[in-house]
Each structure stands twice: as structure tokens, then as C-alpha cells.
Design a protein around this ligand. Structure first.
Ligand code: ATP
Length: 514
């Protein structure tokens, strides 16, 4: 665990040093849990957005995009349930004065017990080798059974207290389990209170209730209120989806762990409208699709897992998260929810407008059911960054830090390196850059030895370096060097664009999704 925390620290400082992520308003000592994306961060973020956007809209004829405003009519949030129920249960430790989410404290406690189970299984795997049957072991080993029993009991009690909004029971559970504050080590807890996560502000110059509006806590509602606009203007036939990328705001109780949990963040959400009764089929479909999208990036083995929700939100009839093995451990990266017809029905009720669809195949009108896929862009950024961050020992006691970012997502795609600053080599570099700039983000780097320049490009994740030397001028060839393998190849300049296209283009990545 400590090693992992150290890794997070290293990633944060690497991200700052190379212009990926800065603390926000740093000259004023920063603002808690807000970050700015620097020159390379902005590129990486845009590329992740593109990967998502293209996979949703370009790769599905029946999914279209939307860009709704952040401010919405305040009744939206009454209808969606956010005004009344978008709360987190908070608890304070009286000694450290640190604030926690009560449910998160319990989840972390369960994760600790789960780690014991995993340790037991790993040990047994080693002992029994090939013959090891994990399912059987889980069913029979007394230690595993005892610990699994503990987890099940905690889960059940937590679910019950959350569902019944029994905050005292939630507190008692924390006390009974002897959960202590990681900072003070004490078990001196306050009562549990509900805290609404929406930011509010005033519209126009008049203050007061009537002008109170909210910064949207999710992008989804912008999709729901536009459901009929899009369906009618786009002549969309169910099943169809609406995809949107945009900022969302939540006054999180604790916002730690870098860009994992912020108060201002970006979501990539897609709402897929289906006939009633078909929602669970589509829920499974989107689970598979989204898993494929993640694994397609080849960030590493065993980095993703599904986690079914313990407590279903008031609107859902099935829900799970795709969790990612961040430097802080497995945490939610994306949520997939079967939201039933709750949102559209609520908006019908509060607006007095019909939001139903006439299905020509069924020859009937209905309010569609909805499957939602919702992923945090910033969390995806952290996933890519942390899985890519690698330290390698090389020959001659040398080492390198390399970001093995999937090539199409890399902020800088190509570095063009003239061997020396004279003999016409920089001119050749400029000529090449002028050809490539229409398709690829590039850097020309002239300073220092080639080795140092390669290290600099490795550190920012540039997949390809092209070195121009004296031979280039005589035979029109260059050296192409690949980031991950560090292999170098002498190729004709006429082949550069073809090679780049193969290595860096979206097509290869997206083809595997089709
Ligand atoms: P958590 O349990 O971690 O608070 P959530 O279940 O409230 O997350 P959702 O409402 O399902 O999250 O939001 C969808 C996605 O938006 C999440 O999977 C996550 O990637 C992202 N997200 C939510 N809250 C934040 C935040 N404060 N900072 C960054 N990303 C967030």
C-alpha cells in the first residue's frame, strides 16, 4: 500500500514537472481539490475525449452527440431527485477534525478484509499450483469463509441503514467495527449527517429562493430534457443513444487523491433509450461494450473489475461500476446503470409535457427505459497516466521514466530530432514537420545529445522519434525510434506517413472495437 501511495506521489510530481497537471491557482497556494491541465494534459484529455466520442457516435449509427448548458432550469433538479436526495452521509473524527464519508469508511474496512481473503488465495495458489480451484477453495477454506461472512454482514447492515436513511445505525456500525480515523487513530466519531452535494448560485441580479440555480452535478439531465428534441429533429428510432461530454460540479465532502475526486470535473455520459422490458438485455450489452472499450487500450492485465452496487439508487433496477486499479487501489472509474423510465417520467410530471415515443414496430407509445454509461474523464486520465507510468532499468546502469501511453492518446505523437543544429538538418526537420502538422502533434527538439532527447520524449510519452542526420541529405532516409521497444529502424522518408498512420491513427484502435 505504501509503495502504491509513493507511486501516486511520483505520478503527481511527474505530471507537474512535464506540464500535464498543475494545482489550480498555485501562485495563491492553490485551491483544495482543483487542478489545471497543462499543455500536455490538455492534449491527453482531448485525445481521451476523442476516443470516447468516436467510439460512441462515429462507431454507432444510432448514437448522436449533444452539448447542453451547465445551468438548467432549477425544477430539473427537483424532478431528478437531486434537491432532496443527492446527499452523502458524512462523519467527523473529533480528534483529527477530519471529515469522512461514512459509507466510504465502511467500504474501505471491507476492502481490508477482502485483502486478507486474497492473500489466503494467493498463498494457496502457490502451494497447489496447477491443481488449484479457486471457487472450491472459496467455498471450503474456513478463514476465507469467516472473512467473507464478515464482509457479507457489513454489506447487509450498511445497505439496510442507507436504504432506511438510518444514520444512527450507520454510525453504530462504524463504532461496532472499531473503525478508527487513519489520521488520529482514534475512534472518537461525531454523529452521521446527510450533506447535499450540489453547488448553488444566483441567476441575474436578484437574490433569493426564486433565482437560486445549481451547477449541474451530472450531465445526464441535459440529455433527458432534450430527449424529444433530439429524437424528433434527428428522426431517431428506438433503440438510440445520446452522448455528451461536459463539466459537472459536486461539493464533495472529501476531495483527496489528486484528480480522482474533485469538486469540478468532467463526465462522458451516454444515455441509451430502449423499449420497456428490454433494459436488462441492453444493460448487459453496454457492460460488455464498455469493458471492451477499456481493455482495448491495453493498459495492463487485471486492471479492471466489475463491482455490483450494494445499494441501488432510487432510479435504478441494475447498476455496476467498472473499477480500475489506481495507485490507491481498486476504485470506481465508470458507472453503468439501468435507470428505468424514472428520469423521463419525473420530467413529464414536473414539466407537464409528454416525453413518450411512438414505436412503429410495436405500434404503441411508451416512455422509454434508459441505460446509462457514465465515466469520469479525469479519472480516465488518471487511469491512463498511472498505468502508463513506468520506470525501466536499461543497460550500463542507466534508467528511464517512460509514459507508455496508448499511441493514439499520446499528447505529442512525433518528435523530430535533427542530429546537429547545422548543415541544413534543421531545415529538413522543418520541411518534414510542415508535412506532418496537418495530422499529428509534433515537437522539434534540437538541444542536447540524442540520448537525452529520447529520454525527454519518453518522459512525456511520445511514441515515435524521427532522427535526421547527414545521411538523410544524401539518401532521403531517417531513423525511426519506437518508444516502448526502443527499437530503431532506418526508413525512407517516403514511408514516414504510412508508418505513422499505422502506429498512431485512430483506425487501428477503433477497428478492434467494431
Ligand atoms: P463516487 O462513488 O466515487 O463518488 P459516484 O458513484 O457518485 O462516484 P457517478 O454519479 O456514478 O459517481 O458519476 C459517474 C462518474 O463520474 C464516476 O464513475 C466517476 O468517474 C466520475 N465522478 C464522479 N464524481 C467525481 C468527482 N468528484 N471527481 C471526478 N470524477 C467524478
Amino acid at each position: 500500500m505504501e509503495q502504491k501511495q509513493d507511486k501516486l506521489k511520483e505520478i503527481i510530481s511527474h505530471a507537474k514537472e512535464y506540464g500535464f497537471v498543475f494545482p489550480s491557482s498555485e501562485i495563491y497556494d492553490g485551491l483544495a481539490a482543483t487542478y489545471d491541465y497543462g499543455q500536455l494534459g490538455a492534449e491527453l484529455k482531448n485525445n481521451i475525449k476523442q476516443y470516447w466520442w468516436k467510439s460512441m457516435t462515429q462507431m454507432h449509427q444510432n448514437i448522436v452527440g449533444l452539448d447542453a448548458s451547465i445551468f438548467m432550469h432549477p425544477t430539473t433538479w427537483k424532478a431528478s431527485g437531486h434537491v432532496d436526495a443527492f446527499n452523502d452521509p458524512l462523519i467527523d473524527n473529533k480528534d483529527s477534525k477530519k471529515r469522512y464519508r461514512a459509507d466510504v469508511l465502511l467500504e474501505e474496512h471491507m476492502e481490508k478484509i477482502n485483502k486478507k481473503i486474497i492473500k489466503e488465495i494467493t498463498k494457496a495458489k502457490k502451494r497447489f499450483g496447477e491443481k488449484f480451484d479457486e471457487t472450491e477453495f472459496r467455498k471450503t477454506n474456513p478463514n476465507v469463509l469467516r472473512n467473507q461472512g464478515k464482509i457479507n454482514d457489513i454489506e447487509a447492515s450498511m445497505k439496510k441503514s442507507l436504504e432506511e436513511n438510518d444514520l444512527e445505525a450507520l454510525r453504530n456500525l462504524i463504532v461496532d467495527l472499531e473503525i478508527s480515523c487513519p489520521i488520529s487513530g482514534s475512534k472518537n466519531w461525531t454523529e452521521v449527517r446527510q450533506f447535499n452535494l450540489m453547488f448553488s448560485t444566483e441567476m441575474g441580479s436578484v437574490a433569493g429562493d426564486a433565482s437560486t440555480i445549481y451547477l449541474r452535478p451530472e450531465t445526464a439531465q441535459g440529455i433527458f430534457v432534450n430527449f424529444l428534441n433530439v429524437q424528433k429533429s434527428g428522426r431517431m428510432k428506438i433503440p438510440f443513444g445520446i452522448a455528451q461530454i461536459g463539466k459537472a460540479f459536486r461539493n464533495e465532502i472529501i476531495a483527496r487523491q489528486f484528480i480522482f475526486r474533485m469538486r469540478e470535473f468532467e463526465q462522458m455520459e451516454m444515455q441509451f433509450f430502449v423499449p420497456p422490458g428490454e433494459e436488462l438485455k441492453w444493460y448487459d450489452y453496454w457492460k460488455t461494450q464498455r469493458e471492451k472499450w477499456h481493455k482495448n487500450l491495453n493498459l495492463g492485465e487485471d486492471l479492471h473489475r466489475f463491482h455490483d452496487h450494494i445499494k441501488l439508487a432510487h432510479y435504478a433496477n441494475a447498476a455496476c461500476d467498472i473499477e480500475f486499479d489506481f495507485p490507491m487501489g481498486f476504485k470506481e472509474l465508470e458507472g453503468i446503470h439501468s435507470r428505468t423510465d424514472f428520469d423521463l417520467k419525473q420530467h413529464e410530471k414536473h414539466s407537464g409535457k409528454k416525453l413518450s415515443y411512438f414505436d412503429p414496430e410495436r405500434n404503441e407509445s411508451y416512455v422509454p427505459y434508459v441505460i446509462e454509461t457514465s465515466i469520469g474523464l479525469d479519472r480516465m486520465f488518471l487511469a491512463v497516466l498511472s498505468a502508463s507510468f513506468t520506470k525501466e532499468n536499461l543497460e550500463n546502469n542507466a534508467s528511464r521514466t517512460v509514459l507508455k501511453i496508448p499511441a493514439p492518446l499520446a499528447p505529442v505523437k512525433v518528435a523530430i530530432l535533427p542530429l546537429v543544429k547545422k548543415d541544413g538538418l534543421p531545415e529538413v526537420a522543418n520541411e518534414l514537420a510542415n508535412k506532418l502538422k496537418f495530422d499529428y502533434n509534433f515537437q522539434i527538439d534540437i538541444k542536447d545529445s540524442i540520448g537525452k532527447r529520447y529520454r525527454r520524449q519518453d518522459a512525456i510519452g511520445t511514441p515515435i522519434c524521427i532522427t535526421i542526420d547527414h545521411q538523410t541529405k544524401t539518401d532521403h532516409t531517417v531513423t525511426i525510434r519506437f518508444r516502448d521497444s526502443m527499437k530503431q529502424e532506418r526508413v525512407s522518408m517516403d514511408h514516414i506517413e504510412m508508418i505513422l498512420n499505422e502506429q498512431l491513427g485512430w483506425k487501428n484502435l477503433l477497428t478492434k472495437l467494431a
